[in-house]
Write a protein that binds this ligand. Sequence first.
Ligand SMILES: [Mn+2]
Length: 289
Amino acid sequence: MEILKMSTKNKKHLPKRIIVTHSDADGLTAATVVQGAVEKLENKEFYWLVLSSSNPTGTETEKMLDFANNLIPFQFGDKIFICDRANPSVEYLNMNQATLEKTQIVFIDHHITNNPELWIKRTKLKNISTIWSDEESGATLALQWFKEQYNFDEKFESLYSSFYKFTEIVKLWDIFTWTKLDKDEDSEKYFGALGINAMEKVLGKKFFYKKINENMNDLSKLNDLLEMSYEIYMDDYKDYCKISRKKALNYKFGRYFIKIYYDFDQKYQSLFSYDIFEEDEADIVAFVT
Ligand SMILES: [Mn+2]
C-alpha cells in the first residue's frame, strides 16, 4: 500500500476526502479524476488521503479503510471513494456499520466479480452509491460518475474535456481493447494505450500520479514523457523477454496447453501474455510470484 497524498495534520479537523484505489494506470487515473473533480466542483478545503495498492483484493481494500480510519477516525461529512478495486466484504461493511454510516461511500469499478448486484443488497449500509460496467474502465467510470452528478455545472465542462481523451486511452489499455486497433490507422490511440502503461511502469506509481495531477488541465503536456517512457519500457521488455521467454514450464490440462512462469517481472506480465497468445503458443499463461 502506498500513500499518494496526505494533508498535513493542521487540516485534520476538516471534512475528509478519502480515495482508495488500484495502483495501476487505470486506478491512478481514476483517483486523479476524483481528486480533480472534487477540488474543482466542491470547491472547499478538505483533509485529503489518497491510498493505492497493487493488491486488488477485497481484504486489502478493508485494510486500506482501516488504515484511513485509524489515522483520523471517520466523521460525519467525510466521503470515501473506492476505485478500480474489489469492494469490502458484506461482513466487513455490516460489522463496521456504525463507523462507516457517518460517511458517504462511492464505489467505482468495472471488474466482473465486484458487480454491486452481487453484494449491495446484503449490506445494511444505505450510504453507498455505485457505478459499475464491465465495458468501461475505472478511469472512464470515475469521469462518468461526476458527469451524472454535475452535468449542469458549468465548471464541469472544462474538466470533462481535459480528462475525456486521456481516460479513453487509459481504458483502451486497461480492458485490452487496444489489441483490436490498427497500428497504422489508429496510431495515436494504439501507442497512447501502450505508452500509458509504460509511463506508469517506468515512472512508478507515485510519480505517475504526481505528474498526471500536475497536468490535469492539459494532459497533452505529458506526450513527451509518454513517448520517452514507451521507448525505455519497450527496450527493456525486449531484453527481458529474450532471456525469460524460454523459462516456461509446459503442461497439458485436458485440451488446454498451459505455460507457467515463476518470478516473471510483474511489470511485463500483461504485455507478455498477450504476445504469447498472439503467437498461439499457449491457451493459458500463469505467473507464479
Ligand atoms: Mn481497471
